[in-house]
Design a protein around this ligand. Sequence first.
Ligand code: PLZ
Length: 445
Amino acid sequence: MVSSLESAVGERRHLVTEIPGPNSRALHERRLAAVSSGLTVGFPVYIDRAEGAILVDVDGNRLLDMGSGIAVTSVGHAVPAVVEAVSNQVAHFTHTCFMVTPYEGYVEVCEELNSLTPGTHDKRTALFNSGAEAIENAVKVARLATGRSAVVVFEHAYHGRTNLTMALTAKNMPYKDRFGPFAPEVYRVPMSYPFRDGLSGAEAAARAISIIETDVGSRNVAALLIEPIQGEGGFVVPADGFLPALSRWTSDNGVVFIADEIQSGFGRTGQWFAVEHEGVVPDVVTTAKGLAGGMPLAGVTGRVELMNAVHEGGLGGTYGGNPVAAAAALATIATLRDRDLLARARALGEIMLASLHQLQRDVTIIGDVRGRGAMVALELVEPGSKTPHPRAAKAVVAYCQQQGVVALACGTDGNVIRLLPPLVITDEQLADGLGVLGAAVRSVQ
Ligand code: PLZ
C-alpha cells in the first residue's frame, strides 16, 4: 500500500493541466454550494494524495508543498512510519475517551513532551485537539495556579480563533472583526521587531515590561504568552536577548511564562523548540501542528506545581489525546529523531537564507529576510522604503500557485511570504521551489 503510493506520486513538480484544472474547478463549484464562505480559499486545487513534499491534485498535477499545511506535516506526507502507526491504531481502537477508560499512547505522548520540552524540572502534560484549545487551557492553568487574571500578549500575535484566543490574537481582519465581545483581562504590549523598531532585545523588553508595570501591575499578571518566533503575524524573530529578559521578569514577578510553540516547535527551527535558541526555559509550553504529522493533537506541558494545581476534573474534553492522534505523534517524534530532521531543518535554513539573501540583492521589494531553520520569510516593501507591500505578496503567491508551488503569505499587513517546507524535502525539490519563488519575486518587481 505504502510503496504503491510512493511509486505513484514521484518526486517532481509536474503540471498536466492549467491550474486549477477541470476537476478542481468542478469541486470548487460544489464547495461554493456546500461550504460556508467564511473559510478562506487559499489555493483551490483539490488534493487527491500526497507523499513527502509532493501533493497530487484531482487532475493529476504534482505540486510542490512549501507550506506543510501551515507547519504541520514537517515529517512529510504519507511518511511510512506514521501511516503504519495510524493504521495499526485504527484497527485496534479509535476512541474510548481518556477520561473514561485510558490507554498507553496518551501517557507516552505526555512522557515525550515532558522530556523534549526545555528544562529538567518535573513536568506534567495534558492533551487537547487544536492549538487554540491548548492556549485556552494554558491560560486556565496559569490563572488558577496564580490566582491572578491578567494575560499579557504581544503585537502581531496569533493564538487562535476561539473566543479567548481571538482576544489574545492581535489582528482584527479577518480573525476578529464583528465577532466580539471578546474575553476581558488581555493586555497587549509591543513586540521586538528588529526590522521595524531597530531596538536591541534588552531595549524592546524594557519597553514591554515598563508598559506592563504601568498599565497592568505585575501582581495582577497571571501569564505572559508569546510565540518565540511569531507565525501568522509575519515570522517576526525578536532581537537576541528579548525572550531571556522577559523570562527573567516573569520569574522575578511570579508570572507564568507561556511559550506558544504551536507553529515554531517540533523541530521546525532546527531545535525541538524555538526558545532553545536563546536558552529560555518556559513555565508552560503549548504544542500542536508538527507534533502529530497531520492528525489533530495539541499539548500543554508545564511545571508540575502549575499543572497539578488544577482540581480533579478541571481539565479535559471528549477527544483530547485521541488514540489515533497519539499514535501519529509517537511515530512523528520517532521519525524526527531517527532521520535527524532537526539537523535537516538547520541545513534547509542555510540553503533558503542564502538563496533569499541573494535574491534580495537583485530586487528592490525585499525589505527583510529572516527566520531560523526551516521557518524562513521574506518581508516585501515598496521599493526604497519600509512601507508594507501586500499587493506584491499576493502576486508572488499567485505566481507560485500557477507554477504548482504552494507558498503562503502572512503578516499583520499581509506582506510577508513564509517558507515552511516539509523537513524531508529533497535538495532538488527545494532548489526547484526557490527557483519558482525567485522568478515570482522578479516578475512582480
Ligand atoms: N498559536 C502560534 O500558529 C495556528 C492558523 C490558520 P489551531 N496557526 C494557523 C488560520 O487561519 O486559522 C496557531 C498558531 C499559533 C495558535 C494557533 C492556533 O492553532 O490548531 O489552528 O487552533
